[in-house]
Ligand binder design. Structure first.
Ligand code: SF4
Length: 97
């Protein structure tokens, strides 16, 4: 997709299989409060959805729909992962202490 065109070449092999190739990038950057339904529909049938979502999470993408998820949804996942990491670290500390 055009929105992903700044991704490093080695990292974007998955992008060649993106369902959104040729789709209007504006669809993936809806105005605040606008529907994300159409973009998510495109993502739903995308075979590289997991790669796309993981890329956005790893790179802290703050805007747009990636991997079928909005900024807010990705923030929630990042928060959950951070909590899980903290819990795992606390548990490891408890084991070694
Ligand atoms: S998951 Fe959505 S935004 Fe990501 S490559 Fe697939 S269609 Fe495009």
């Amino acid at each position: 997709m055009a929105m992903h065109s700044d991704i490093d070449a080695e990292e974007k092999a998955w992008q060649d299989y993106a369902n959104c190739l040729g789709v209007d990038p504006d669809l993936f950057f809806p105005e605040r409060g606008a529907s994300t339904r159409e973009a998510k529909e495109v993502c739903r049938g995308c075979v590289v959805r997991d790669d796309c979502l993981e890329y956005a999470l790893q790179n802290g993408e703050k805007f747009g729909i990636w991997g079928g998820m909005s900024e807010r949804e990705r923030r929630r996942i990042r928060r959950q992962r951070a909590l899980a990491r903290a819990a795992a670290a606390a548990q490891a500390d408890g084991v070694t202490a």
